[in-house]
Design a protein around this ligand. Structure first.
Ligand code: FAD
Length: 380
């Protein structure tokens, strides 16, 4: 039990109820068909939670902690529905951090209400973790910005109105900027969705940009500074990714306990086997530890702590929580025995989705690089 502020408890109660009544019954089908769950997006819209971590002027609570709690409760029953929320928050956070007033007025109210949907694209075939290694080019002429290149793994592009997309504006590795690219822009082609191991309900696609012409004001932030502004803002929201992992692990534990109560072996319920009881206890301890780290990093953000101190706590929370989720989901499959391998049971979905969280939003190796660098160089 964590001492959460009353607003976060309200969010927790609301989402927990809606998740069990309306989202859990859809979760297996979303994973199985891999079809975009428009009904779940409409439900999130109805709940009005697209701005939870953002300021009141956009209808939010200005609380990353409340955002984490919401994502945790969704992820507990359906990773994909939690993803719908997070994938909307990323471009919102990017424009909040680096956008001009005109860009904010044009895009943020629509993202907040769910009238607009957006995606975020950095990854390219030759560079994922190595963000500065991207090759997509943005060249300025008197007509505006001309963008050419190729992206992969752009999640949500197929259902989005626009994409916040990274491109190189100069020769050096650091010359990267973000641009707001409408999905109906001439010269942009969105390829078919990946057939994925996990996170199957939210489509990820390649993008092909062939001399896409954008107006001069499509650049996000000041040239040379915008990239750092955006990436800095995204690092602040990293605890949200940890929260997805905590929710996922909690859901796997819920299902494992239910299975242990119902399944019998050697004339006993599985709950009577000491070896399995200790597995449950280990799962619970790890989840609680990760939850504490995630809430701590989120509370630090909400308290206005910034810089290396926050980046350190955020990296620890993301890496620890997602490694923990993989371990807990693996143990949960073990408790299910052969049923854990069968697609007729929900547990292997948790196992597959957990692997995704270790890789996305800065892989856990990259998080460890950040943590080790801070240790060696010092945080102050
Ligand atoms: C479901 C899903 C959705 C995604 N959605 C998006 C999206 O919307 N937008 C987007 O831009 N991208 C998205 N991605 C891409 C994701 O951000 C990248 O996959 C991730 O950054 C890793 O890049 P990579 O796959 O190219 O691996 P690589 O960078 O090639 O890494 C390969 C391996 O080497 C390790 N490694 C790399 N560098 C180092 C290092 N310096 N030290 C130690 N180990 C290292 C990595 O941890 C990994 O284990 C998505 C990916 C997935 C799976």
């Amino acid at each position: 039990m964590h001492a959460l502020p009353s607003e976060a408890i309200e969010v927790q109660n609301l989402i927990r109820r809606v998740a069990s009544e309306r989202i859990a019954p859809r979760a297996a089908e979303i994973d199985k068909t891999g079809e975009y769950p428009q009904d779940m997006f409409d439900l999130l819209k109805e709940l009005g939670i697209f701005t939870l971590p953002f300021p009141d002027e956009y209808g939010g609570q200005d609380s990353l902690l409340a955002g984490c709690v919401a994502v945790e409760e969704l992820g507990r029953v359906c990773y994909n529905t939690g993803y719908l929320l997070v994938v909307q928050w990323t471009p919102f956070g990017a424009i909040m951090a680096a956008g001009t007033k005109v860009q904010k007025d044009r895009y943020l109210p629509g993202l907040a209400s769910g009238e607009l949907r957006a995606a975020f694209s950095i990854t390219e075939p030759q560079s994922g973790s190595d963000v500065a290694g991207i090759k997509t080019r943005a060249k300025k002429t008197e007509k505006g910005w001309h963008i050419s290149g190729a992206k992969i793994w752009c999640t949500n592009a197929l259902v989005s109105d626009f994409i916040v997309l990274a491109a190189k504006t100069g020769e050096s590795r650091g010359d990267v900027n973000f641009f707001i690219v409408p999905t109906d822009a001439k010269g942009l082609q969105i390829g078919p969705k990946e057939d994925k191991l996990g996170a199957r309900g939210v489509p990820s696609s390649p993008l092909y940009l062939d001399d896409v012409l954008l107006p001069e004001d499509a650049i996000l932030g000041d040239p040379g500074k915008g990239f750092r502004q955006v990436m800095g803002a995204l690092a602040l929201s990293r605890p949200i990714i940890g929260a997805r992992a905590v929710g996922l692990a909690q859901g796997a534990l819920d299902l494992a306990m239910q299975f242990m109560r119902e399944r019998r072996a050697f004339d006993q319920p599985l709950t009577d086997f000491q070896g399995l009881r200790w597995m449950l206890a280990d799962m619970e301890m790890q989840i609680e530890a990760a939850r504490g780290l995630v809430y701590k990093a989120a509370a630090m953000t909400d308290a206005g702590i910034r810089g290396k101190e926050l980046a350190h706590a955020a990296a620890i929370s993301k890496a620890f929580a997602s490694d923990m989720a993989m371990k807990v989901a693996t143990d949960a499959v073990q408790i299910f025995g052969a049923s854990g391998i069968s697609n007729d049971y929900p547990i292997n979905r948790y196992f597959r989705d957990a692997k995704v969280v270790q890789i996305i939003e800065g892989s856990n190796q990259i998080q460890r690089n950040i943590i080790a660098k801070n240790l060696i160089d010092g945080i102050d």
